[in-house]
Design a protein around this ligand. Structure first.
Ligand code: ADP
Ligand code: MG
Length: 633
């Protein structure tokens, strides 16, 4: 990151360095306000956040020093030191990790560089618990220091650099940066505690907080007592400890640290894979969807360790993109430590780990689905749209994912699995029917599903954009074709349902002639005009020809400017509708043509498509109404 935004440059060699004052990015200022209010009930978490950052910094340097040992120089015993100065009322958290240079300080402690920040600010609900889990994801971490301190100073020297820096702020609207020749490698954060926060100067209190929140931190956390120091945490990587010894709270705290999260994990999965490949996994499924779930980079966030050494938090290929909601750690015994991150990508061991982990994670999610149907629905609501990406990306897991998938349908308001759907299929029904759109309630009213509803044939209501892609790719589930009801050839007549054809009045005479007249009138506007099997209440609807793009997908692509041309649709006419029946008796060819256009526009409107010529539509509508009135008069 450059400091172009501030237009400032620091000259490290100038004889009288002056502290430079820079404003916080607007979002930071707002965040600081919220943090101060929302976190109020659990102020002590600031310490966990600072220790978490210090631990990350040590992890980073340990990895960097593998290839550049000079970075860690002779100070390779990573540790985090807490020290208090009762007189000055300060608490300092110091690490000998990677450190920050001037640019890092400005970028990391003055802005929120993560994409989607603004949107997230607007999503804040005022419900402090919900907001906290949102805010937490945006790296509230460091700023939580301002809950207890009116002045925070950060002295830092980046590993490998000569120059150190000092960042300082009261958390109000600006911060200063200036050279600090005395800074040791790593980072020391000093909090000038507020009146009333003296408890954070007490040894006993600090000991307790570290034990509660940071015991799982693998780097020693030391409390300085004059010449001596006391280790406050266990300092063993949590995932290396036996499962039976780890409490739910310890898992939770580790999840908060590793996932930069504030919510409770919905699923915790801790196991060791043994055999050809050995690795330990400690993985979590969050209960709140992470803010960046739909970022275009679809980056996963599981940290890769090799024999307890942190390697990367974005190791490419370690997890499939459709599991990007997972948080946690994968620690491999087999990967080489001294490979660059770029080399990891193409490492066949990484692919093997991915396959193993994917299988196991999906199996665990499946177990949860059986054990706790209600909780699973919440999970599915949050992460189903992401998992469904796997249906077209990962053929190996397709069947498993199809079992995990849940759908809204025309039957009831709940979620349905494909297995349940299959068990409710009607005699003669050989396909799984679905309709795609933006909103389940609108879809329930679609004319295309009228006939299905009348026969009691269930239709899946697919409302995630991803549905447009997996459904055609999957094609068939357990021998049943997946069929869009907005396509031609629904073959409803073969299905035995609640009402059969005989219950409906037979089509009027002259229906063939009317359809022929419509075809002629609408030539060039539609691909074909056909008598419909699927309509019961509406006079007309549009469907896509079997090989054309489905209606909703086309709309979607157009919205995203991915598509200009439209495919021509098929207009289906309901032969049992009174208006259509009435039209078979009209001899005036021009009037029939006008009605054909009017009905076509009506079908477009119902579909949510624009009417291409609103003036003509309005003229025809006025004519038709006028005729209707004069008939009645
Ligand atoms: P997060 O840890 O979720 O990224 P924080 O607000 O806790 O968010 O920290 C912001 C950033 O500041 C970190 O990502 C890191 O780059 C930097 N940072 C904070 N503390 C330290 C530290 N002790 N050493 C090095 N970098 C740090
Ligand atoms: Mg942090």
């Amino acid at each position: 990151m450059t400091d172009a935004s501030t237009g400032a440059t620091a000259d490290q060699t100038s004889p009288k360095p002056e502290a430079e004052s820079l404003p916080f990015q607007a979002e930071v200022s707002r965040l600081l306000e919220i943090v101060a209010k929302s976190l109020y009930s659990q102020k002590e978490v600031f310490l966990r956040e600072l220790i978490s950052n210090a631990s990350d910094a040590c992890d980073k340097l340990r990895y960097a020093a593998l290839t550049r040992p000079e970075l860690a120089a002779d100070d390779t015993q990573f540790r985090i030191r807490l020290s208090v100065d009762r007189e000055a009322r300060t608490l300092t958290v110091a690490d000998n990790g990677i450190g920050m240079d001037r640019e890092d300080l400005v970028a990391n402690l003055g802005t929120i560089a993560r994409s989607g920040t603004l949107g997230f600010m607007n999503d804040l609900s005022g419900d402090s618990k919900k907001d906290m889990s949102l805010i937490g994801q945006f790296g509230v971490g460091f700023y939580s220091a301002f809950m207890v301190a009116d002045q925070v100073t950060v002295e830092s020297r980046k590993a490998g650099d000569e120059a150190g820096w000092r960042w300082s702020s009261d958390g109000k609207g600006a911060f200063t940066v200036e050279p600090e020749p005395g800074a040791a490698r790593g980072t020391a954060v000093t909090l000038h505690l507020n009146e009333g926060e003296e408890e954070f100067l007490e040894e006993e209190r600090l000991r307790h907080i570290v034990k509660t929140y940071s015991d799982h931190i693998a780097i020693p956390v030391l409390l300085e007592k004059g010449e001596e120091s006391e280790r406050l945490n266990r300092a063993a990587a949590l995932w290396t400890r036996p499962k039976a010894e780890i409490t739910a709270d310890e898992y939770k705290e580790f999840y908060h640290h590793v996932g930069h999260a504030f919510d409770d994990p919905w699923l915790t999965l801790h196991y060791r894979a043994e055999g050809v490949l050995e690795y330990t996994n400690l993985l979590f499924v969050p209960s709140t969807p992470p803010f960046d779930l739909y970022n275009p980079d679809r980056q996963h966030h599981v940290k890769l360790y090799v024999r307890r050494v942190f390697v990367s938090d974005e190791a490419e290929g370690l997890l499939p993109p459709y599991l990007r909601f997972l948080r946690g750690v994968i620690d491999s015994e087999d990967l080489p430590l001294n490979v660059s991150r770029e080399m990891l990508q193409s490492n066949p061991l990484v692919a093997k780990i991915r396959q193993g982990v994917t299988k196991r994670v999906l199996a665990e999610i499946g177990k949860k689905a059986k054990e706790d149907a209600e909780g699973y629905e919440t999970f599915w609501t949050s992460f189903g749209p992401v998992l469904k990406e796997g249906l077209y990306e990962d053929r190996d897991q397709r069947d498993t994912l199809l079992e995990l998938a849940r759908f809204r349908t025309t039957e009831g308001d709940g979620w349905t699995s494909l297995e349940e759907y299959a068990s409710r299929m009607k005699p003669g029904q050989d396909a799984i029917f679905f309709i795609t759109g933006d909103d389940p309630d609108a879809l329930r009213k679609s004319p295309q599903i009228e006939g299905f509803r009348a026969k009691g044939v269930e239709v899946l209501l697919l409302t995630d954009p991803v549905d447009e892609f997996w459904a055609p790719a999957v094609g068939e589930v357990n021998g049943h074709k997946l069929k869009s009801v907005t396509r031609a050839g629904a073959d409803l007549s073969k299905i035995e349902g609640k009402v059969d054809k005989e219950d409906a009045p037979p089509p009027a005479e002259g229906m063939d002639a009317l359809i022929a007249a419509f075809r002629k009138a609408l030539e060039g506007e539609v691909k074909d005009v056909r008598a419909s099997e699927r309509l019961t209440d509406s006079p007309v609807c549009l469907v896509a020809d079997d090989n054309d793009m489905d209606l909703h997908l086309e709309r979607l692509l157009k919205q995203h400017k991915q598509l200009n041309a439209s495919s021509k649709r098929i207009l289906e006419v309901n032969p049992t509708h009174p208006l259509v029946r009435g039209l078979t008796g009209v001899e005036d060819e021009a009037q029939v043509a006008e009605m054909a256009f009017l009905l076509l526009d009506q079908a477009r409107i119902v579909e949510g498509d624009p009417v291409p010529d609103p003036a003509a539509f309005s003229r025809r509508l006025a004519n038709a109404l006028q005729r209707g009135l004069s008939l009645a008069a």
